[in-house]
Design a protein around this ligand. Structure first.
Ligand code: MG
Length: 282
């Protein structure tokens, strides 16, 4: 009996010491953790979620940015991008938009993918909605043909919305069909084309159209494009799916669809293609 009392007392004392130790450890760990700069006594921002300079607001994920390309060598992708073509293989691409796994008839040459005669367009196996897309391209040299016949291809987002690829260096065509145009809709703000054979870049920020449960359009697609680092489409509302000699209209489609590199009979070269899926901002 006495032993049990002593044992109980011992257990109580031990647990008090342990709890105190634990509390001290937590306190020490807390003290060691650097306090994030910021405030929680400042005015509340819109939406009532975070204070101005809120110290509790989560910081965004850290990524490693890519590097810029040069005329000799493509750049590298940011660490959180899906690399669709790195100069080595066409494993992300197929010959139709449907899931067939048949590789496109494009060849790899000096780190670029090139559409040869009769190649057909190339489609990504993966589907995308809202994206940031980086593409580098180079039109054939010496330049052959005129207007729409010279270095024609296209970055066709969701296989519906075309950012025109064309050799528009010293080559005039209808404005809404030159390089950087939303084909058949809006010309680029400026012509930032480089000479044929030189490497050029498109950086595209695209917001997919939204359709309601009745399959009717709720929100049209929007696109921003930089051509060789120059803004050429500034948050443009897209009128509809790419059309030739017709006014573009929307037809219901899935929220995510493959990207497409258009084959238009000309051996355009592509390299360093990467995409980042864009989540909803807070
Ligand atoms: Mg085209």
């Amino acid at each position: 009996m006495l032993n049990r009392v002593v044992l109980n007392k011992f257990a109580i004392v031990a647990s008090i010491i342990l709890s105190a130790g634990l509390a001290l450890a937590v306190f020490a760990a807390d003290a060691a953790k650097p306090k994030k700069e910021g405030y929680t006594d400042t005015p509340m921002g819109p939406g009532g979620k975070w204070h101005v300079h809120d110290s509790e607001r989560p910081n965004p994920p850290i990524i490693t940015p890519g590097t810029c390309g040069t005329q000799d060598k493509g750049g590298t992708a940011p660490s959180d991008a899906i690399v669709l073509f790195d100069g080595r293989d066409l494993s992300h691409w197929q010959s139709t938009a449907a899931v067939t796994d048949v590789p496109p008839k494009w060849k790899i040459e000096d780190g670029s993918m090139v559409a040869e005669k009769g190649a057909g367009s190339a489609f990504t196996k993966e589907s995308f909605g809202d994206i940031q897309l980086h593409v580098e391209w180079s039109s054939p040299t010496p330049a052959k043909g005129d207007g729409q016949g010279r270095g024609n291809s296209g970055v066709i987002i969701m296989r519906n919305y075309e950012i025109q690829v064309l050799d528009s260096y010293d080559n005039v065509t209808y404005a809404d069909g030159q390089a950087g145009a939303i084909y058949g809709q809006y010309p680029p703000l400026v012509n930032a084309c480089r000479k044929p054979g030189e490497w050029q870049s498109y950086d595209i920020i695209f917001e997919a159209p939204k359709f309601g449960a009745d399959q009717k359009l709720i929100k049209p697609a929007q696109v921003t494009v930089l051509h060789n680092g120059v803004l050429i489409q500034n948050h443009r509302e897209i009128i509809g799916a790419m059309a030739y000699k017709k006014l573009a209209t929307y037809s219901f489609h899935e929220p995510e669809l493959p990207l497409m590199l258009q084959f238009h009979g000309n051996p355009i070269r592509y390299r360093n293609i990467w995409v980042r899926k864009l989540g909803q901002a807070e």
